[in-house]
Structure formats: C-alpha cells, structure tokens
Design a protein around this ligand. Structure first.
Ligand code: NDP
Ligand SMILES: O=C(O)C1=N[C@H](C(=O)O)C[C@H](O)C1
Length: 257
C-alpha cells in the first residue's frame, strides 16, 4: 500500500486526484494540504476520518510515501523542496517551474536519494503529441504551437507548450521564426528558441494543444484534446508507484511509460 498526500486537494486537479487515490486499492490517502483550509471547506469532499488535513506547509507531519502536487505555479518549487527534504517522493503536475528550479530540485533529490517525477502533462495524448512533434521536427523544422486552456488557468504559456517547444528545438536545433513587424503588440506570440507559442484562454475549453508544421507546399498539424481532467489520472496512476521507489527526480512522463 502506497501512502499518499495530495497538495492542492481543493482544486480541480486535487479533487480528481483524491477520487483516483480513494478508488485505487494500492494507494491510501493519508494527508491532504491546501492553504487556508478549515473544516467548513471539507464538506462534500471524499476525505475519510484518518486523512490528516493541513492548512499550512510548516504544520505538515505525515508518514506519506508520495506527495502529489497540483497547486499553483508560485508554490510548486517550495512544496516539492519540502517534500524531498521530508523524505516524501514527489509527483508534481503543477506547471510554472523554471528549468533552473527543476535542476535544483533534481540535485536535492539526488543528495537525499528521494526520487520522483515532475511531468508537465500526465495525459497520454499530450505525451504522444510531444513525442510525435519531436519526430516531425527532424523533417519539418518550421513549427508553431497553439495551446488552448480554460479561462481560470493562472499561467501562460502552458507547461506542456513549453515542453513541446523544448523538444522541437532539441530535435531541429535553434532556428529563428520568420520576423514580422507587429502592428499589434504580441500578435506573433511568445518565442522559445525560435518556436512561436500562442496561448488561448476561453470558457468551455479544458486543455488542448496543436502543433503546426509548415514546409514547401505542405503542412502537418498534430493536435491533442483533454476534454476532462480525468484524462490526466491515467498518468498519475503510473507515476505514483514509480515515484515511491525512485532515487532520481525525472522530468516527463514519457521517461517512465
Ligand atoms: N501535469 C498535468 O498533467 C496537469 C497539470 N495541471 C497543473 O496543475 C496545477 C493545478 O491546476 P488546477 O487544479 O486546475 O488549479 P486550481 O486553481 O483548480 O487548484 C489549485 C489548488 O491549489 C491550492 N493552492 C493555492 N496555493 C497553494 C499553495 N501554496 N500550496 C498548496 N496548494 C495551494 C488552491 O487553493 P485556493 O483555491 O484556496 O487558492 C487550489 O485548491 C496548475 O499548475 C496546472 O497547470 C493541471 C492539469 C494537468
Ligand atoms: O492548467 C491546466 O489545466 C493544465 N496545465 C498543464 C500545463 O500547463 O501544461 C497541463 C494541461 O495542459 C492542463
């Protein structure tokens, strides 16, 4: 039985994660963390009496093996550090960690021998999209990304779009996107090593990404859609037992599939 603590348990992903952990016989929910939480907030949540609920990071005392983090970009680094320093294996889905922060966390994890996983996307369709985009970039190096998310998403671009751009630039090398004078500021999108990223935020959307490749006289479009946050749980389910035994902190679900 793997003991799990869910950080950000009141959020959209946190609630799905609590449900997934409760539904899985190999996992046991022992802790739940969300700043500012009190008992009034717990009504309707699927938390049994033996789950310890924390409203402050410094109050957390737990025997959890694995820390699942779906919180906010501003908290991801501190939370993951806390988990590693307390011997809890992190499974981090929260976006917004910089490359430098990921490196620092990996170093700390190696020192403490507490491995885990940070994954910009736990959905299989998104992992496949990134893999296919990397392959396509070898043959069709000119690419732009459009990511589309719900209106409540705090960060832009998405972690998945950044990771996709990183994989494209690794496959094709650095390349300049076509220059155009912007008569409307920002209209050409963000630039990650020459891969343009365009972020759409609209009600009704969940999480979607399209990679457009263009070449002489032809084009290729790769698209994935997460219509429901349940789509991320298949990856989290795989990540938890991996993390519980890991001695290194790896980046990307594709590395354990
Ligand atoms: N890797 C993946 O596959 C996926 C990653 N994500 C990422 O997961 C994160 C969460 O997404 P989502 O659930 O939609 O967001 P929500 O805003 O619905 O949930 C975030 C939760 O975190 C809580 N929170 C705020 N500050 C802290 C803190 N310092 N420590 C712990 N918890 C905190 C919030 O509490 P309160 O509301 O009280 O402020 C809220 O309950 C985002 O970064 C998102 O990009 C999302 C989907 C899939
Ligand atoms: O905020 C979200 O919803 C999502 N965030 C992750 C990201 O930033 O890539 C993963 C997925 O896109 C959903």
């Amino acid at each position: 039985m793997i003991k799990v603590l869910v950080a950000g348990f009141r959020g959209s992903m946190g609630q799905k994660t609590v449900q997934m952990v409760n539904d899985n016989e190999a996992f046991e929910l022992v802790g739940a963390y969300n700043p500012g939480v009190d008992t009034a907030h717990l009504q309707g949540m699927q938390l049994s009496d033996n789950v310890k609920v924390f409203g402050k990071l410094s109050d957390i005392q737990t025997d959890a093996d694995v820390w699942i983090d779906f919180t906010v970009p501003a908290a991801a680094y501190e939370n993951t550090r806390f988990a590693i320093e307390h011997g809890i294996h992190p499974v981090v889905g929260t976006s917004g960690l910089s490359e430098e922060q990921v490196k620092q966390l990996q170093q700390l994890a190696a020192e403490k021998q507490i491995g885990g996983i940070i994954a910009p996307n736990f959905g299989i369709s998104a992992v496949l999209l990134m893999k296919f985009a990397k392959e396509a970039a070898k043959y069709m190096p000119d690419a732009e990304i459009i990511e589309m998310h719900h209106e409540d998403k705090l960060d832009a671009p998405s972690g998945t779009a950044l990771s996709t751009a990183q994989m494209i630039s690794e496959a094709r090398g650095d390349r300049k996107a076509p220059a155009a004078e912007e008569t409307l500021k920002g209209v050409r999108g963000g630039d990650f090593h020459g891969v343009k990223i365009h972020s759409v935020r609209l009600p009704g959307y969940v999480a979607h990404e399209q990679v457009l490749f263009g070449s002489k006289g032809e084009a290729l479009t790769i698209r994935q859609d997460s219509f429901d946050r349940a789509s991320f749980m298949s990856g989290v389910k795989i990540a938890v037992p991996y993390a519980a035994k890991a001695t290194q902190l790896i980046f990307g679900l594709e590395n354990i599939l």
